[in-house]
Design a protein around this ligand. Structure first.
Ligand code: 5RP
Length: 287
């Protein structure tokens, strides 16, 4: 007790703050889950710019991802979160960049196969990778593929809940399915109903209904490469219609100036720039 000082700072007139958590649907999650979600979704804006470079797990070396050390590493500092496979992250991304990782956690088929026989990676590897979330595909309305991907999603959620790692359900579009609000609302909702903490889907007409009916944050994929201004409009419309950000790949790394593009996207998502303002920023930064 030598040097012990009597406790006398109890803040008797101050109420304990029980602030709402800034991520949709996450109020009742554990502290560890919330901590991981906070690394992805900026507590000031509630939004996220995730950089997706997992395409090779299905497609091999696609344009812009031939050398991730050259194309993606320079963009890392502008992203809120990195979304890739364990193989590319551990071989190409320096471990001291200190960015949260949304780990692509399923694998097993390529564009050469018709039927996905996807399997999940071991949760222990996600823990070793210090993953802040695990991304797992869910393909609705696609026969066996639906059953396989639903089982993967449920298993990932069970494991994620055990260790406090959120799961992002990635809605794939089956061959017979239309890319419309009805499909994306169904696929997103099924992901959330099965316990996904984040959903990744596509922007579409009527997206506000997709977002409203999904109780967890939606981030949108960019899809195939668009002219930069159109891609920025896509981001703007998506967040205005209820998305919590983007998980964007080709529209960033296939851009004429990827570093300028990701900064322009960031400005739309976090700073409220209009597509015109963001495009002007893209042009300035491209010079
Ligand atoms: C594929 C994916 C991709 O990461 C996703 O499609 C995002 O990339 P892009 O913006 O290029 O569409 O999850 O399952």
């Amino acid at each position: 007790m030598d040097g012990f000082r009597e406790a006398n700072n109890f803040g008797l007139n101050q109420k304990v703050e029980n602030a709402q958590f800034h991520v949709k649907g996450a109020n009742n999650l554990s502290w560890g889950m919330k901590d991981r979600l906070s690394r992805i979704f900026n507590p000031k804006t509630g939004r996220a710019v995730m950089l997706a470079f997992d395409h090779g797990f299905i497609m091999g070396p696609t344009s812009g991802l031939e050398r991730i050390d050259l194309s993606i590493v320079p963009l890392v500092k502008y992203a809120d979160c990195l979304m890739g496979t364990r193989g590319m992250i551990q071989t190409c991304i320096p471990a001291n960049v200190n960015k949260p990782v949304c780990l692509r956690s399923d694998a097993g088929s390529t564009i050469l196969t018709d039927l996905n026989r996807n399997v999940l990676i071991d949760i222990e590897d996600a823990i070793r990778m210090n993953a802040s979330a695990m991304a797992v595909m869910f393909s609705a309305g696609d026969g066996d593929r639906e059953a396989i991907t639903a089982a993967n999603l449920v298993k990932a959620v069970d494991m994620g809940n055990r260790y406090g790692i959120p799961v992002m359900g990635v809605t794939a579009v089956g061959k017979q399915m239309a890319r419309d609000a009805r499909y994306f609302a169904l696929a997103s909702r099924v992901c959330a109903e099965n316990g996904a903490n984040i959903v990744k889907t596509y922007y579409c007409e009527g997206f506000e209904k997709v977002a409203a009916a999904c109780p967890v944050p939606i981030v949108i994929a960019g899809g195939k490469k668009l002219p930069e201004k159109e891609a920025l409009e896509l981001c703007y419309n998506a967040v205005n219609d209820g998305a919590a950000g983007v998980d964007m790949g080709r529209n960033v790394f296939q851009s004429e100036c990827p570093a300028a593009m990701i900064q322009a996207v960031y400005s739309v998502i976090h700073e409220g720039l209009t597509p015109d303002q963001a495009y002007e920023k893209f042009q300035d930064l491209s010079k």
